[in-house]
Design a protein around this ligand. Structure first.
Ligand SMILES: C[S@@+](CC[C@H](N)C(=O)[O-])C[C@H]1O[C@@H](n2cnc3c(N)ncnc32)[C@H](O)[C@@H]1O
Length: 215
């Protein structure tokens, strides 16, 4: 939601057609009132500068994408990359995943991407990790029955922690790799800004898919 004392330099971002100032007002109505179709909705949490979500939106017009980013100046960088007229199947929101259920109704989403989420390495900060059990339960609420989460990270400790938490939350884990760019799952992979940086340093990327439905 719009914060007070917003710098004028971000006016362009607030006025962009893909920017949703009040995502809470679209709860349960994203398909009908924003996208105007019943295509699947994919959410990226922590979109950063946006390469991933913008590329996906341009490549897959039959999927609706929402980029969620907590820091408005970072979201401003994403919005700067968008055409002035906007992209039809994309929305971006300045919001915190903590409040996910204020923005999405039960079973409103088909897929959630967690790309290079902050690893919060200190044990006392484990609750802030976006794959903490607490968050995984929130994701379950807003995902459809056959919904899924796709996670990528460069941080092995965060990855191992995430695997453990997904198991605890009874997700079904699939397609796990400890080296995405030397695995079959690299086909069709869209890189993020952080991913590009880690690849250039020769570091491996960890990736998993977690299905809500464990049957
Ligand atoms: C390490 S960056 C990765 C950015 C991008 N996904 C990439 O791979 O290049 C993590 C991003 O997640 C955002 N973020 C962290 N916690 C968040 C939360 N609770 N809700 C929404 N965004 C969050 C941060 O502001 C930051 O832009």
């Amino acid at each position: 939601m719009r914060l007070r004392n917003v710098p004028k330099s971000l006016d362009f971002a607030y006025n962009h057609p893909n920017f949703i100032d009040r995502p809470d007002k679209l709860i349960g109505k994203w398909a009908q009132e924003y996208f105007h179709n019943s295509n699947p909705i994919h959410l990226e949490i922590g979109s950063g500068k946006g390469n991933f979500i913008i590329t996906h939106a341009n490549q897959n017009e039959k999927i609706n994408y929402i980029g969620m980013e907590k820091y408005m100046p970072v979201l401003g960088k994403l919005i700067k990359k968008l055409p002035d007229e906007g992209i039809q199947n994309l929305a971006v929101v300045n919001a915190d995943a903590e409040n996910l259920t204020e923005y999405f109704e039960a079973a409103e989403l088909d897929c959630i991407y967690l790309n290079f989420s902050d690893p919060w390495p200190k044990k006392r900060h484990a609750k802030r990790r976006l794959t903490n059990l607490r968050f995984l339960e929130l994701y379950k609420k807003v995902l459809k029955k056959d919904g899924l989460i796709i996670l990528k990270t460069d941080n092995k400790d965060f990855f191992d922690f995430s695997l453990e938490q997904f198991e605890l939350a009874s997700y079904l884990l699939k397609d796990i790799t400890y080296d995405l760019h030397n695995s079959p799952f690299v086909e069709g992979n869209v890189t993020t800004e952080y991913e590009e940086k880690f690849i250039s340093l020769g570091l491996p990327i960890y990736r998993l898919t977690a299905y809500k439905n464990n049957d």
